[in-house]
Design a protein around this ligand. Structure first.
Ligand SMILES: C[C@H](CCC(=O)NCCS(=O)(=O)O)[C@H]1CC[C@H]2[C@@H]3CC[C@@H]4C[C@H](O)CC[C@]4(C)[C@H]3C[C@H](O)[C@]12C
Length: 329
């Protein structure tokens, strides 16, 4: 399972957790403006917006899980197993719209679009194909959140076509499809950050017997639907200062509300999903912050500290070993 969220203070932040039972060996990858993308069907793009994000680099190609571009548009792919369905690639002369392989979707949008509005235009004239990157890396069943500082959308390619939904909460998890996730929030209309009031039944006076009962009724399990509700509540009620350190700290607390601890979620015999990494990107400044399961110290990579006019990928391996800061020795 994975969870993605957006957060706005003075700047706009976007990030995700990646929950899985193993890691592909992903890295922070910066794609500078002149790295040439040779898309499977859509031709070459030689010069484009620069990107920073988390990617598995295969044969020199950044297979992005999540990224933002230098214009402040961000995107993340999350598992959508059982519901994602992609198109068969058609010969070029049989289609008028762009064909984009699912593994190219993030670079295809982020190299060319500065805003969600521009992304929508691309989405209106494209088909997402199930083309695999390689035999070793078969097609991933994903859906995506795309966001800028003003709005957020979800893209789901399903049997009945490509869906683009407004995402008023700026949150995405996995299954079921996004409209069902949103609908489920209706079941929590009565939840509040305040102490509960006794409204259960007129004849029964119930007592708020402890402090700190805000959010009473929010689910706490690790299912996708529950994480959606939990993180939506946390994000939408979040209060933090406007400054960078305060905003980033708060962002990690928002996603921390759906952190997965090893042992709580068995996916196959003896294999447990954990939160491998959590990211938070300042989309205005192009800074990618992250923590890993064993490294809670926030680490950051700034795209603008690199030569963004280069044509070579720039990669930083994840610092995944945590350190204890001793105070008395
Ligand atoms: C496993 C992850 C989802 C985590 C998640 O949601 N776990 C909950 C499972 S569940 O919800 O409980 O079922 C997803 C998220 C992004 C994916 C990569 C996207 C690029 C590339 C696309 C290629 O086509 C195949 C290889 C490729 C590197 C992909 C590998 C893998 O698929 C990644 C890491």
């Amino acid at each position: 399972m994975c969870t993605a969220a957006t957060y706005k203070t003075k700047d706009f932040y976007m990030g995700r957790t990646l929950d899985y039972e193993f890691s592909y060996g992903e890295q922070i990858a910066i794609t500078p403006r002149n790295y040439e993308f040779d898309f499977r069907f859509a031709g070459k793009i030689k010069s484009h917006y620069a990107l920073i994000g988390m990617a598995f680099v295969a044969e020199g190609y950044p297979l992005y899980y999540d990224a933002v571009n230098e214009k402040g548009l961000g995107m993340a792919g999350l598992n959508f197993v059982g519901n994602a369905a992609y198109e068969e690639a058609l010969p070029e002369d049989e289609t008028e719209v762009s064909q984009v392989a699912q593994f190219e979707f993030i670079p295809w949008i982020l190299t060319q679009c500065a805003t969600v509005a521009e992304a929508r235009e691309k989405l209106a004239a494209m088909r997402l194909t199930g083309t695999a990157f390689s035999e070793q890396l078969p097609t991933a069943q994903l859906h995506w959140i795309i966001a800028d500082k003003d709005s957020s959308i979800v893209v789901e390619s399903m049997k009945d076509g490509l869906h683009v939904y407004d995402n008023p909460v700026g949150v995405l998890t996995n299954n079921p499809p996004f409209p069902s996730q949103m609908f489920a929030l209706n079941n929590y209309a009565g939840v509040s950050r305040k102490q509960p009031e006794s409204t259960f039944a007129g004849v029964l006076q119930l007592d708020a017997y402890s402090r700190g009962m805000g959010g009473m009724g929010i689910p706490g399990d690790l299912s996708s639907q529950s994480r959606f509700v939990k993180v939506a509540f946390t994000k939408l009620n979040s209060i933090s200062g406007e400054e960078e350190d305060e905003s980033v700290s708060q962002f990690f607390h928002i996603l921390g509300s759906v952190d997965q601890q090893r042992g709580c979620c068995e996916v196959t015999e003896g294999k447990y999903e954990i939160t491998i990494y959590t990211s938070c990107c300042n989309t205005a400044k192009g800074i990618y912050y992250y923590t890993t399961y064993d490294n809670h110290q926030i680490t950051a990579v700034d795209m603008h500290a690199e030569n963004l006019d280069s044509d070579q990928l720039i990669c930083y391996p994840l610092l995944s070993k945590g350190e204890v800061r001793w105070q008395n020795k």
